[in-house]
Structure formats: structure tokens, C-alpha cells
Design a protein around this ligand. Sequence first.
Ligand SMILES: Nc1ncnc2c1ncn2[C@@H]1O[C@H](COP(=O)(O)OP(=O)(O)O)[C@@H](O)[C@H]1O
Ligand SMILES: [Mg+2]
Length: 261
Amino acid sequence: MGKIIVVTSGKGGVGKSTIAANIAFGLAFDGRKILLIDMDTGLRSLDLMLGTENELVFDLNDVLDGICTCEQAVFEVSRRPGLYMLPASQNIGSSAIKPQDVRALFATLKDTYDYIILDCPAGIERGFRNAVSAAESAILVITPDYVSLRSGERAFQLLTGEGVTDIQLIVNRIGRKPAVSLDECVRRMELPVLGFIPEDPKVSRMIAGGKPIIEYETAAGDAFERTVRRILGENVRYRPPHESLIHRIKTGFGKESACKS
Ligand SMILES: Nc1ncnc2c1ncn2[C@@H]1O[C@H](COP(=O)(O)OP(=O)(O)O)[C@@H](O)[C@H]1O
Ligand SMILES: [Mg+2]
């Protein structure tokens, strides 16, 4: 029986879609059968991030409206066997979707996939509820700044209000001098940490080419790989981005380097 995980946040632009795409890609690379669902109706982006914009025909709204079956709308990403996608509609807003319909549909898919990853839209309105109401666990994404922290705290309240209590934290876009320290982020959110992802200019460059960063030996690519291994239950050491070379040598530099296969 598969697990439904929603990737969510309070504030937009913190990297939810980037994280959903990379995690789904990494889990499929590990041999799992993954369904990645874009819940950002009206503003879909996962197809661009994975270079599948020419592969999609139908979308989630078509399935919910009975225009096609789920099997017709879901397609396997040609560059990554085992990774399947269900795109969002680009024309219809989230108000056209009802949480109970989403829940019923996703419940029928759980036997087919190891993980169903839901990419949640920005904000805390209807689109958020549609995605969250179907999820069993959540990845809450923040960036290390006060606005994102505050909206993350709000998203946490809403998640627990919807009955989602298995929540893990990803701090994304960590630069050399974050406005809020990672310690403070973790202390304020009071959540188990799933990953620390550095700010990496290659992320946007790879997205432009429809290639997920996890495929590459870069700072963010390595951080995503460690994150995926934690989802799979491995005990992977936390390595704060931009840790000094001297510190890494002292604490066993290279211990994790075997992670890139
Ligand atoms: N770790 C990162 N380093 C650099 N840029 C990033 C990183 N994560 C996300 N981005 C960029 O941030 C922007 C917003 O990301 P996106 O995944 O669309 O956010 P959301 O889905 O939360 O709105 C994109 O341009 C993306 O390339
Ligand atoms: Mg998004």
C-alpha cells in the first residue's frame, strides 16, 4: 500500500515544485514506483521541470470530470522509468475541484504506487485543502527568512487541522548568510528535519532544460539525494550547506560521498 505525501508551504516560491519533482525522480531512480501529481491547477509547472510538457494529453480535472480515465491521464516520464505523472489543468482553477473527490480518487491509486507525491499550490486556500485533505504525511518547505517561517507556522496549524500530523521539514534555498539561522528555523518549527537544501544557481538552469538537479553532482543535487535516502528510511547524517572545509575534514569529510551513484 503506497504512501501519499504532500509537499506544501505557507508562502509561494519556496521551492515546493522543485522539491516534489526531485524527490519523485530520486525515489523512482531507487526503483520505486512513483506517481507525481501536480495539484497547482491553473499554474502547473512540474511538466516543465521534468521536460514532459510534450508528453501530456489529459489532466487531473479531466479525470475528476469523467472526460478520461485516470489510466489515460497518467503517463510514465520517458527519461525516468518508474516515475509517473498526473498533470494539473492549465486553464481551470482549484475551485473546480472538491477535496472529497480528490480523496476518493487518490485512495484508488494507493495500491498501484509505492509513493504518491502531491505538489501543493501556494497559499492556504482551496487548492491547499484539496491537496492536503488527501495526504497522510507532509513535507513542509520553508526558506530561512522570517516571512517564510511565519507562513510555515500557519501552514503547520492548517495541516494539523486537516488531520495531517506526520510532518517533516525541508529548509530550502539556504545561502551563505541566511536571514534566520538553521538552528532557529528548526527550533521554531519544532519538526523533524528531512533535508537542508542549499541555494544553488544550477537549480534554475537545469529546470530551464527540463532536467531535475538530483541527476547532477552539485550542492543541491547531493542534498536532494540525501533527502531521498532519508525518506527511504536510511540514517543519513545532516550536513548543513556551506559548512566550512576545515569543519568537514574534522568531522569526517567524504563519509557521505558514496551517496552519489
Ligand atoms: N535550492 C534552490 N536553489 C536555487 N533556486 C531554487 C532552489 N529551489 C528552488 N529554486 C528556484 O525558486 C523558484 C521557485 O521554485 P518553485 O519550486 O517553483 O517554488 P514553489 O513551487 O514553492 O512556488 C524557481 O525559479 C526555482 O528554480
Ligand atoms: Mg509550485
